[in-house]
Ligand binder design. Structure first.
Ligand SMILES: [Zn+2]
Ligand SMILES: [Zn+2]
Length: 298
């Protein structure tokens, strides 16, 4: 059932360059507002598949600076500038994120300066539409508000060295969607996600045979296990719970856990509504929360 508040998972993957699970990126459409949370690999491709012109994005919100969440930024920024139906941005590229966002964007401007000069001269593209505006924040609170849309950032725990790291709570006309960002099981996610219409949480799982390896242990320690994600959902009791950012660890000789194994492990601690995210899966948040895909999109 179409709603005026829709969350679409553009990428449900990790650094693994899989063609079926692109890098982390989540599209929020709320009335006339269009916001993107993170810009992993292929975010621009997924927007094109949806028929959403890249230039329509009002704001890009970043959760943290791991490259799998940011490598899609130059594509969104520069392809969105092109004078075409798939781009056509008629205003500066607006980025909101933790302290460090301005530095990242400043260096991207330097890296692509030559392309910008070329296109201004050759294609007569407007300089002001490739300009970047950045708003940084360094504490929890409202970081974006426009009309009936309000977005709060909250600190999460992605490990000692991986700071800053935030999750987002998106509020629109009394409805709430919460995106955990990359985190271990964290009380802030519960605080902001309790009773949400939609709680989208990251997850990581490793085959038991690999848990003895130090680098596997390190990755698992930066994320939330299926049992912990289930515990979060059981406590927060969202109307719909979704897993995304599927860190399914493997080696050259040991296969990654299956989706069925992920579901079974999550079900050890949670019996409520649950869906395993897929790229281009959407959630229509209205009277009820309904799950859609590319074909069901209005
Ligand atoms: Zn991360
Ligand atoms: Zn990540």
């Amino acid at each position: 059932m179409p709603s005026d508040f829709r969350v679409t998972l553009l990428g449900t993957g990790t650094p693994i360059p899989r063609p079926d699970r692109f890098g982390p990126s989540t599209l929020i459409e709320a009335g006339d507002h269009t916001v993107l949370i993170d810009a992993g690999r292929g975010a621009a491709v997924r927007l094109f598949q949806l028929g959403v012109p890249i230039g329509r994005i009002d704001a890009l919100l970043l959760t943290h600076f791991h490259s799998d969440h940011t490598v899609g930024i130059p594509d969104l920024w520069l392809t969105g500038w092109l004078s075409s139906y798939f781009g056509n941005r008629r205003r500066p590229f607006n980025v909101i994120g933790p302290v460090g966002t301005a530095k990242l964007m400043h260096h991207l401007e330097s890296a692509y300066a030559h392309d910008i000069e070329i296109r201004v001269e050759d294609e007569k593209l407007e300089r002001e539409h490739v300009a970047i505006t950045v708003k940084e924040f360094d504490e929890d609170g409202v970081i974006h508000q426009t009309g009936d849309l309000r977005v709060l950032a909250f600190t999460v725990d992605h490990g000692e060295a991986i700071k800053p790291a935030y999750g987002y709570r998106v509020e629109y006309q009394g409805r709430v969607a919460v995106i955990s960002g990359d985190t271990r099981y964290n009380a802030n996610v519960l605080r902001h996600g309790a009773g949400a219409d939609l709680l989208v949480h990251e997850v990581a799982m490793a085959p038991p045979e690999l848990l003895g390896q130090a680098h596997i242990q390190r990755i698992v320690n930066h994320h939330t296990s299926p049992q912990e994600a289930g515990r979060m959902f059981a406590q927060a009791r969202p109307r719909m719970a979704a897993l995304t950012h599927l860190v399914m660890l493997a080696s050259d000789t040991v296969a990654a856990p299956t989706i069925d194994e992920l579901i079974t492990a999550t079900r050890e601690t949670y019996a409520g509504p649950l869906v395993i995210g897929e790229d281009l899966m959407s959630f229509e948040i209205g009277e009820s929360v309904t799950i859609g895909n590319l074909k069901s999109r209005p």
